[in-house]
Design a protein around this ligand. Structure first.
Ligand SMILES: NC(=O)c1ccc[n+]([C@@H]2O[C@H](COP(=O)([O-])OP(=O)(O)OC[C@H]3O[C@@H](n4cnc5c(N)ncnc54)[C@H](O)[C@@H]3O)[C@@H](O)[C@H]2O)c1
Length: 264
């Protein structure tokens, strides 16, 4: 039996990577899916390829969320997936510093605007859109980096940590309102998506670089976007009716131990 029949789900940052895999898995489970992204060209193509609806949404823009509210006033599932490290590039010259000593305030704010403000705005929209039915599931994509420090990507780690905490505020708020709106966070690590391309690059050493990056991952491999999507399906479905405010790691065991050192 499909697990999401009759539900409408909106996924942010779903043009590619984990978001696209979640959108695809939700469709497979019978949901109506709205693929959203700031990248219209790729987002539209992704939505078309799977038979989903596409809408442009820059998660950091309050005006964009207002437009989404007008187009999609009711909702059953929201996945706040869009996210950036701030190190994506391309840059004219060397990448900007993201360590606590040298990072620029503007770079710090830019990462938080997408990752954290975007999640706040998404949760606010979802609570209002789910209140009509009195039920729903909000899934916030945090990170392993929301649970440990990352010295060379401090803004990313800070924003992901705040997402983890805001998830619990949303969960408690909705429960206190007598709403069956659940809110949980997923904490992936080392999932093979285009996000890793600037670090892996193509070339003869690519395989070696990949292996080095997962050398301290207990399962010794990258995860797949589909392995994150499977957990999102669980949280979106009524099977998870008693789960709220929870955090689920999808990280090949990294956070089960204490040996792993955050990479640069
Ligand atoms: N890949 C990993 O190893 C990993 C690990 C931990 C957490 N995550 C998190 O998972 C989520 C998805 O990561 P991914 O690896 O698929 O990344 P990705 O870079 O492949 O995809 C991110 C998508 O977000 C979109 N996006 C960027 N800024 C946006 C904005 N302002 N508004 C709307 N969309 C925007 C991009 O266009 C892109 O389609 C992110 O939140 C990321 O932090 C990924």
């Amino acid at each position: 039996m499909p697990k999401l029949t009759g539900k409408t789900a909106l996924v942010t940052g779903a043009a590619r990577g984990i978001g696209a895999a979640i959108a695809h898995a939700f469709l497979h489970e019978g949901a109506e899916v709205i693929v959203t992204d700031i990248n219209v060209e790729v987002g539209q193509a992704t939505a078309d390829s799977m038979g989903a609806t596409f809408a442009r949404l820059d998660v950091a823009s309050e005006a964009d969320w207002t437009a989404i509210t007008e187009h999609f006033p009711t909702l059953d599932v929201l996945v706040n997936n869009a996210g950036v490290t701030g190190l994506e590039g391309p840059f004219d010259g060397p990448p900007p510093a993201h360590d606590p000593e040298n990072a620029q305030l503007a770079d710090w704010h830019a990462v938080h605007a997408i990752n954290l403000d975007g999640t706040f705005l998404g949760c606010r929209y979802a609570i209002r859109a789910m209140r009509r039915k009195g039920a729903g599931s909000i899934i916030n994509i945090s990170s392993r980096s929301g649970l440990v420090g990352v010295p060379m990507a401090a803004a990313y780690a800070s924003s992901k940590s705040a997402i983890r905490n805001h998830t619990k505020s949303v969960a408690l708020y909705c429960a206190s309102q007598g709403l069956k709106i659940r809110c949980n966070s997923i904490h992936p690590a080392a999932i093979m998506t285009p996000m890793w391309e600037p670090m892996l690059c193509n070339g003869p050493d690519r395989e070696k670089r990949e292996a080095a990056m997962v050398a301290d991952t207990p399962m010794r491999r990258f995860g797949t976007p589909e392995e994150v999507a499977a957990i999102a399906v669980l949280l979106a479905s009524d099977d998870a009716a008693y789960m709220t405010g929870a955090e689920l790691t999808v990280d090949g065991g990294i956070l089960a131990g204490s040996a792993a050192t955050p990479g640069s």
